[in-house]
Design a protein around this ligand. Structure first.
Ligand code: FES
Length: 142
């Protein structure tokens, strides 16, 4: 049974859904996992208060990529209010496997990036540069 779930995660890792970039997104954010430096960029199109389209790019471990794949599937078509209410537990439910504390940041990187995209990622301003989770970057040092 456990292997089934593992295959499911690996399948999303190998063939992630919604992998790409929206050309002129309404929301965009690049988030980073400060523990490993892996990054994910989310782009979203919004129509009538709903997620009309969502894509992600980036690199990371199987957990982070599968989480992004599952999360982007989940939020497409949802209202921004519903998306804003999503919790880490919702993401862990989507993953459906036991996540060790050490891998929690991997699993939640996509949700964290999405949250920042929604709150601070309106395009027209420079997209985030790893601010989502990184707290170790040099400030003002190019
Ligand atoms: Fe980098 Fe998981 S090891 S996101």
């Amino acid at each position: 049974m456990d292997d089934l779930y593992r295959d499911y995660i690996l399948e999303h890792y190998r063939r992630p859904h919604n992998f790409g970039v929206i050309e002129s997104p309404d929301l965009r954010w690049e988030g980073a996992n400060p523990l490993c430096g892996d990054r994910i960029t989310m782009t979203l199109s919004v129509r009538d208060g709903h997620v009309a389209d969502v894509e992600f790019t980036g690199r990371g471990c199987a957990i982070s990529q599968a989480s992004a794949s599952l999360l982007t599937d989940e939020i497409r078509g949802k209202s921004l209010d519903d998306v804003a209410r999503m919790t880490p537990d919702d993401v862990l439910d989507l993953l459906g496997i036991e996540i060790s504390p050490a891998r929690l940041k991997c699993a939640l990187l996509p949700l964290d990036t999405l949250s920042h995209a929604m709150s601070e990622g309106a395009t027209g301003t420079p997209a985030g540069s790893g601010v989502a989770a990184a707290d170790d970057g040099p400030a003002g040092d190019a």
